[in-house]
Design a protein around this ligand. Structure first.
Ligand SMILES: Nc1ncnc2c1ncn2[C@@H]1O[C@H](COP(=O)(O)OP(=O)(O)OP(=O)(O)O)[C@@H](O)[C@H]1O
Length: 325
């Protein structure tokens, strides 16, 4: 399934003055012949959190590396703050937290922060970094003696050292416990509320769902779907049309029940877009769940084991990135 759909508000803002970073029709072919990005376009706006999702090898890291100026495209245009990403003035406004981020083990947390702050002309105040990254109480500890989750938080703090306007976070909450993860989510939301732009890559779909204003799903180097979490879920459920008109995306529900009604009968009901038998259960996708349910209950007195759920991002992701073969 491939739904390349930009929602109206997404299109409208693509060329706006608020665009902080963009990839325009990018092709990236590595020297081994692998085409990691194939005509990919993406733009990030001021104050938004964008989650880049895709299966392994989809091209997420390649897209991020291009925006960080660590790699150049084979074709297409990359801009951050209107400049080439290798431009020093543009780079100084970005902060990066990489998944494989390392730091010297023998330096203390506060020394790492001091060194990183020293690289920038207008660093974030030290106390603000400590608070944002949740480093209270471990500032005097050596990096090498920290737990995996604590190291992750120090790397987050180092990414904030320059008080960046654009922040790349690659799998930022891997290894964090639930409380620390929620804490980092709150900090990321706070950064966006202060006008900073966050590009997040994650394999935790619940993280993208909870945090992102916009989700961009890529597969095989192309954007397959783009929109708010609710829009992406609906597109995954096959309910939004490729021209971007989406029938009540927030109203889409998945109805599960045991019913004697046939698929043909259910498909003829108001709002029903899909019917899928699953063992003795029937799974009905509807854009008008109340009308659908009223009719189902009226026509089948034996209907039972009823559950009504919102479409899950996992289901949408699997549908959108499924191999058609
Ligand atoms: N330096 C490189 N040289 C050659 N091929 C590369 C290089 N880096 C990435 N690739 C290939 O490009 C494709 C996209 O890789 P990329 O790392 O961008 O994917 P990803 O979406 O970040 O994957 P993951 O979720 O596994 O981290 C893959 O087929 C990968 O093997």
């Amino acid at each position: 399934m491939s739904v390349t759909a930009a929602f109206p508000e997404t299109r409208q803002a693509t060329n706006s003055r608020d665009t902080v970073a963009s990839l325009g029709n990018i092709t990236k072919r590595y020297s081994n012949g692998v085409v990691a990005l194939d005509g990919l376009s993406l733009s990030l706006r001021r104050g938004e959190i964008v989650a880049l999702l895709g299966p392994n090898g989809a091209g997420k890291s390649t897209a991020v590396k291009l925006m960080m100026g660590l790699s150049t495209p084979t074709a297409g245009d990359v801009r951050i703050f209107g400049a080439d990403p290798r431009n020093a003035a543009a780079r100084i406004r970005t902060g990066v937290m990489l998944q494989v981020g390392r730091a010297p083990e023998m330096l203390r947390v506060r020394e790492h922060l001091a060194i990183f702050r020293g690289y920038y002309p207008n660093p974030m105040p030290y106390a603000e970094i400590v608070k944002a990254a949740g480093l209270e109480g471990i500032e005097a500890r050596m990096f090498g003696q920290l737990s995996g989750g604590q190291k992750q938080r120090v790397l987050f703090g180092m990414a904030l050292a320059g008080d960046p306007d654009l922040i790349f976070l690659d799998e930022p909450t891997v290894g964090l416990d639930i409380e620390a993860r929620r804490g980092m989510w709150a900090q990321i939301r706070d950064l966006a509320a202060r006008g900073k732009t966050v590009l997040l890559t994650t394999h935790y779909l619940e993280e993208a769902d909870a945090l992102a204003h916009r989700i961009v799903v890529i597969n095989k180097g192309r954007v397959v779907c783009e929109g708010t979490p609710a829009e992406v879920k609906s597109m995954g459920a096959g309910l939004a049309s490729p021209n971007g008109t989406s029938p009540g995306v927030n109203g889409v529900k998945i109805i599960r029940c045991v019913t004697t009604l046939t698929s043909e009968h259910l498909l003829a009901m108001p709002g029903v877009s899909a019917v899928e038998p699953h063992g003795n259960l029937t799974i009905v996708t509807s854009t008008q769940p109340e009308s659908t349910l009223r009719e189902m209950l009226a026509l089948d007195q034996q209907l039972h084991a009823l559950e009504v759920q919102s479409p899950a991002l996992e289901d949408a992701f699997l549908a959108l990135t499924a191999d058609p073969s």
